[in-house]
Ligand binder design. Sequence first.
Ligand code: 6PG
Length: 231
Amino acid sequence: MARRVSEASAAGRRLSVVLSGGSTPKPLYELLAGSESPVRNWAPVDFFWGDERCVPPDHPESNYGMARRVLLDQIGIAPSRIHRMYGELAPQQAAQQYCGELRRCFGISENDMPRFDLVLLGLGADGHTASLFPGSRALEEQRRPVVAVYVEKLGSHRITLSLPAINNADCVVFLVTGEAKAEILRSVVDPADSEIQPPAALVRPSGRLIILTDRGAARLLKGGETNDPGR
Ligand code: 6PG
């Protein structure tokens, strides 16, 4: 991320970064916001979100709220560079609003897909990523970049980028830690070896796919025990 931000800064262009929710990225955001941060100048960056819970921005569950507290409030980013999903709106309305925001930011028409520079994603133990859950109708979405979904297992609505929007990105980075994610990570990295095909395994961007993981989550990967840097 630091390299991409400095390249964008040197080239005088914008960099679109999609933040993930959940707990895994929080230490990353703290590092990026801290005195040891490798990023000195955030000016080129526009922040977006991969998904949002249907709650107000100050709700403890808000992905935007977490990133605001841990990262955005620390780095003095201009409000115009923060493009949150409006979780406080009715789900369909929030999805439509975000589609409009993406059209405005990327200068694209109704059914074009934005091309994000860098998308951060987490991985749920059930193989979901963003708010694309197993069996969800959202997995079939091919036309819109953002949809509202009702997540049965959570008993709540979410707003999420669709797979085409994620897969149109220049670079997608999964951040996965902990032994509890080892089985599902294997089914994402080596889908041929696994009878399940989780939603996260459908993330195959036109650009680069990077999976950052720790030894615990990588222990079932072929070569994972050697923590093969090539993977
Ligand atoms: C969310 C995230 C979701 C998350 C996974 C992993 O809104 O919760 O977008 O996709 O990345 O559920 O969550 P943890 O990092 O907390 O394991």
